[in-house]
Design a protein around this ligand. Structure first.
Ligand code: PA5
Length: 466
């Protein structure tokens, strides 16, 4: 553990967990006592003997990923860069959030600058149904050269399927059917689904989401790697980071495995009645990483009436909106802080002759130093306010640490769900609304369900009018 506070936090070329700010709330024995259970969870994961075992393809993926497909991703990315200024990635949930998280973490930290200067601009569609959003995007694309990447495991999810139809039609109008076929790429199941069928019929290049990798565990497959490579992100470094995390998280021993420590601490807080985990960061570039994390933990654990609710805040922004509640409201939560050790830029606060704002005492200090002191002050204040804090130290916002963090969190999540006693890899609850939408839209096969839902809606109106 790298310690918060007096000891200098040393970068170790890995993401580290520091739970020293939580030690006033738990004792080390309580954590150590979970070691035998964690060992069992490790065994269940690695023996592939637990619920959802058919979705463990991600577990050894950083070592075993398909090298030929990886080479094809790089070739396609180069082609996309030559073909287009923009790549529109069409997907939702696990087929969207990871790509967006990586893009924002790695490029928006530098205000959207692409590291190697060759990447295309990534835009997203199919992650909601807003007519205004899609109309604006279509208008923008009429004036810009674009390629498309449709991403969907099932190939039937309504939001991306509808957006893909609009975008495909625009591509065909602009480039002709065969021209469109040269700039549309599809990432989907190897064998099934409507998207796969379209790709085959139209001759679009296809990339495979392995059948044993679920959506929220898929960012290190072509789901994330193709958009990253097209945007100029070094995907070799992403996979090297994931492989390093694989090694670092491979021990069954709680004492040395920080990803299991994170999982175990979450369970301790949950069992003490903390029902919410608040993931906070001080870098806006991590906003979408938190969105991806919400899906990862929310869908993996929120079932059978159990699970921590995963929420997120952007600090310091939200300290000026939710800070009051966090400090003094109901003690529902614990906090996990994403702390970036090296912000990548050093911006010195200027000295001003007049010092009218009284800030000369900070002159010459870097903005990163200021951000770090706010982080420290806030952790201490929140601990004083009764909120246990954990810190995940991320050495820098680089592709390597993105890959590292993704693997670390995926494994922590799977372990945490097994400790909780739920299947980390299914999401039966996501289907409920999808089925209702098909029924209300009149999809074939859903007629009876549609009639029943319409009746319920009418009844609600009657009751409201009484
Ligand atoms: O985790 C899930 O199952 C969902 O969030 C999916 O990722 C999302 O619904 C997209 O599904 P698909 O990739 O089949 O389009």
């Amino acid at each position: 553990m790298a310690y918060f506070g007096v000891k200098k936090m040393v970068s170790e070329e890995k993401v580290t967990l520091d739970y020293s700010p939580a030690l006033g709330f738990i004792n080390r024995d309580e954590l150590a006592n979970l070691a035998p259970r964690v060992r069992r969870v490790h065994q269940v994961l690695h023996d592939r003997s637990g619920p959802g075992r058919e979705y463990l393809g991600w577990l050894e993926w950083p070592l075993l990923y398909e090298r030929d497909e990886f080479a094809r991703i790089k070739e396609a990315a180069e082609r996309i860069q030559k073909q287009s200024e923009v790549l529109v990635v069409v997907g939702i949930g696990g087929s969207y959030l990871g790509a967006r998280a990586g893009l924002e973490m790695l490029l928006s930290a530098t205000a959207g600058e692409v590291p190697n200067g060759e990447g295309v601009r990534l835009l997203f569609a199919g992650h909601q149904l807003s007519p205004a959003y899609l109309d604006g995007l279509l208008n923008y694309l009429r004036g810009n050269v674009f390629s498309l990447n449709g991403v969907s495991i099932s190939g039937t999810t309504t939001e991306p399927a509808v957006a893909f139809r609009f975008l495909r039609r625009l591509a065909e109008e602009k480039y002709g059917r065969s021209g469109a076929a040269e700039r549309i790429y599809v990432t989907t199941d190897r064998e099934k689904g409507a998207l796969r069928r379209i790709a085959e019929d139209e001759g679009y290049e296809r990339f495979v989401i392995p059948a044993d990798v679920g959506g929220r565990y898929s960012v290190l497959t072509p789901v994330g790697l193709l958009p990253f490579a097209a945007a100029g992100i070094d995907i070799e470094a992403v996979m090297a980071g994931a492989a390093a995390a694989y090694q670092a998280c491979s021990s069954p021993e709680l004492e040395v495995n920080e990803c299991y420590q994170y999982a175990a601490l979450r369970q301790i807080f949950y069992n003490r009645g903390k029902t919410v985990e608040l993931l906070v960061s001080y870098e806006p570039a991590l906003h979408y990483l938190a969105e991806w994390w919400k899906q990862l933990f929310g869908e993996s654990e929120g079932k059978d009436g159990k699970g921590l609710f995963p929420a997120a805040c952007d600090f310091t922004t939200d300290l000026h909106s939710l800070g009051q509640y966090i400090q003094e409201g109901r003690r529902l939560f614990f906090e996990t802080v994403l702390r970036v050790e090296d912000p990548g830029v050093s911006l010195a606060i200027p000295r001003m002759e007049d010092d009218l704002d009284g800030l000369n005492y900070l002159a010459g200090r870097s903005l990163g130093f200021l951000n770090e002191q706010v982080l420290r002050g806030t952790v201490l204040a929140h601990v004083d306010g009764g909120i246990p804090n954990l810190i995940l130290n991320i050495p820098a916002l680089t592709p390597y640490y993105f890959g590292y963090l993704v693997y670390f969190l995926q494994k922590a999540c799977a372990a945490s769900a097994y400790l909780l006693g739920v299947n980390p890899f299914n999401q039966p609850g996501v289907e409920a609304y999808k089925q209702n939408v098909f029924a209300l839209l009149g999809k074939a096969g859903y007629e009876e369900q549609g009639a029943a839902l319409r009746k319920r809606l009418e009844k609600m109106t009657e009751v409201a009018e009484e």
